[in-house]
Design a protein around this ligand. Structure first.
Ligand code: SF4
Length: 279
């Protein structure tokens, strides 16, 4: 259970122009700053100096909901600012962080986009709570829900994603989304120590495609941006998964089981939006 301190605030803007890794998207959308999930591999904790966080709290010890997020987005929509937007929601938080149950800010933003859909929308989460919004998500065209499923090994998952829901719950949510008519993908990012054949078979019925980032490439700095996870992998005896090229064999297995056309890799995979925009 998260014990993050809550700092409710009014934001001045809601869409952030992208650059760098998310080059295929025009904007990111964050209804929350901070994140309660505390993934060990989260390199936001390394990128965000503690001195800039509320009261200098460490990463995942705080969460700052933007209480006016839906209103800000509605204003953007009224100006036509969503019509050409390719939105990634969210890049440095989780849109279904536990506080969303009480605040409904992500849902409020989705309601805006159901009325005025963007050109493409990827909702990126680790939370099965996304299934609460299945009916609403199904009404938004050109949308894909991307669920992080980094391993089939629950012990590894608990060690690296201690505050996030189990893989089984995430698979259940993917199933409910599919049944509601929402297109889904799995983000194996970063790909953690796993049985890739079993993982592929677990995902096969519930996602149209998977996007894989191995730990080395996804980190972008060979582990230096996710130092805490690198240490944890070594403690678990899986330090080799962070070596360059180590996960290539697992990716090949995913391709064999799922079909090569359903397995996208790394930055080009995450930014492949033709399929999203065609929906
Ligand atoms: S869900 Fe994303 S933003 Fe939140 S701690 Fe995990 S990796 Fe970081």
């Amino acid at each position: 259970m998260s014990r993050a301190r809550i700092f409710v605030r009014e934001a001045r803007s809601i869409l952030t122009p992208t650059g760098g890794y998310l080059s295929g998207f025009s904007h990111t959308l964050q209804a929350y700053s901070g994140c309660e999930f505390s993934c060990r591999y989260c390199y936001v904790r390394e990128m965000m100096p503690q001195r800039t966080s509320p009261e200098r709290l460490p990463w995942s010890a705080w969460i700052a909901p933007k209480k006016n997020a839906p209103e800000l987005l509605a204003r953007v929509a009224e100006r036509g600012g969503l019509d050409d937007a390719r939105i990634f929601c969210s890049s440095v938080s989780d849109p279904y962080t536990p506080l969303e149950r009480h605040m409904g800010l992500t849902r409020g933003c989705l309601e805006v986009m159901a009325r005025r859909p963007p050109l493409a929308l990827v909702v990126q989460t680790r939370s099965p709570f996304v299934a609460r919004d299945a009916d609403l998500l199904a009404r938004i065209p050109r949308l894909v829900v991307s669920m992080t499923v980094a391993t089939d090994d629950e012990a590894v998952r608990r060690a690296l994603e201690p505050n996030a829901p189990s893989t089984a719950l995430r698979l259940g949510a993917l199933q409910r989304l599919q049944q509601a008519g929402v297109r889904t993908q799995a983000a194996l990012a970063p790909l953690l120590p796993c049985d890739p054949e079993r993982l592929a078979r677990l995902l096969d019925p519930w996602v149209q495609r998977v996007v894989v980032d191995d730990f080395f490439r996804g980190d972008g700095a060979g582990g230096r941006r996710s130092r805490v996870a690198l240490e944890q992998l070594r403690v678990l005896g899986h330090g080799d998964w962070a070596e360059p090229g180590y996960a290539d064999a697992a990716v090949e297995t995913l391709r064999r089981v799922l079909g090569a056309e359903r397995v996208l890799v790394s930055q080009s995979g995450f930014n492949e939006l033709d399929w999203v925009a065609a929906g």
